[in-house]
Design a protein. Sequence first.
Length: 558
Amino acid sequence: MAQAAESARTVILTVDDDPGVSRAVARDLRRRYGESYRIVRAESGESALEALRELKLRGDLVAVILADYRMPQMNGIEFLEQALDVYPGARRVLLTAYADTNAAIDAINVVDLDHYLLKPWDPPEEKLYPVLDDLLEAWRCSDYRPVPSTKVVGHRWSARSSDVREFLARNQVPYRWYSADEPEGRRLLAAAGQDGHRLPLVITPDGTPLVAPEAPELAAHVGLATTPTADFYDLVVIGGGPAGLGSAVYGASEGLRTVLVERSATGGQAGQSSRIENYLGFPDGVSGGQLTDRARRQAAKFGAEILTAREVTGLEVNGAARVVRFSDGSSVAAHSVILATGVSYRQLDAPGCTDLTGCGVYYGSALTEAASCQGQDIFIVGGANSAGQAAMYLSRGAKSVTLLVRGPDLAASMSHYLIQQINEAPNISVRARTVVEAAHGSDHLEQLTLRDVDTGETELVDAQWMFVFIGAAPLTDWLDEIVLRDDHGFILAGPDLTADGRPPAGWELDRPPYHLETNVPGVFVAGDARAESAKRVASAVGEGAMAVMLVHRYLEQS
């Protein structure tokens, strides 16, 4: 008896143009394998290929294909040759009459035939089942298993489609992209019963269709944790960038029951970096995605919970508990909180940029778009390390990369090693004292108006791609009237709260705030969201670890 298939959607397909034979084959297959496999039959090579394509689009597996040799229009060998392109891992069996034995032997070389069976195969217990049992066992032991993936169908120039792809990529969720205008995209839309008016369509590995899903719904369906397993923790870390991941690793590894809450994807701005070359211990450099993935797995190994697509909207003090409230009205409480919310890139206020965001205008590196930039002219706005790293990465395939910098040069804001690399890259140029005056395009970016800061002169240039890395806006508005911040929204902590020698207003403890502690006892800040922070990956990780040390000190004295 064949072992149970790993999925009830695994298929054995049989094709024969004789309806009686087709039904007889399917009957014998169901009797032996029906509990473990889905039996699909077709009565022509064309219809069988169509069935295989539909199965492929839905993500089903095909273990064995049985095809009759003598079929009109497309014989069994011709069919198996085309089926090989759709399901190369499926085992292939040719049903032949005695007179066709030579053709079957030839097919072993043409389509890498696994076996041929002479008709009739009665009794199946002796002539059919033993052969299929061996083939199914060989299939199960092979590397037939595809990498589980999510399918995304959308339009090339669609902000929402871009957001979904970026969310999946940054959360390390494998996916395949299909344009809604291409045949495979249209087949997926039809299979999901959609007409393409609402996109993107996301089909999860289990076949569930999601129409224009928001991040929380998408996260829940692709296997990302979104709900805490407990109501109370020792430590809640808000933000999944380097500082937050550092806090989660050290908190969980030191025995604190820790949960990390991230509104989009772990990694923060660093996670979008194509290459970080000055991080300690990586002499050959490391991408932000690789560093983030290692840190996330490390935190999970020590037992930290990581929640994705959960937006924090409030912080309350309830006795010894610190209550973190989410946008959906739920909450989680803890003895202590580390604010590692990081920063976001400031938005360009030039006309046209808002409407074209995600349609040629991107904030951050948007690495999912890099493949589409091959041979194109790219503009990058900004002069800090993140802009330089993106310029070097995109220059590998771009026709040209132009850095637009408001200042006189790159020296004030970019690391020396990056400036050297940019100067040596033949297809990267730097336009200093230049800003974007306007972006133009109907459904996607087509042109930019650039302005010289000194002369005021403007120039209209063709452009389809612009990546923006300007300034840093802290994501701290939700802390208003709870945690003290400076005029720019960065969180004040430790010495910045006691600059005049006195504790902050409302501070009731007989000690001053610890170095990374805010004006709320037990609430700490780490990383870029802290006022006067270094804005470097290494310092953010260090502050995340230091904050945990101070959490321990706070808990011991509470």
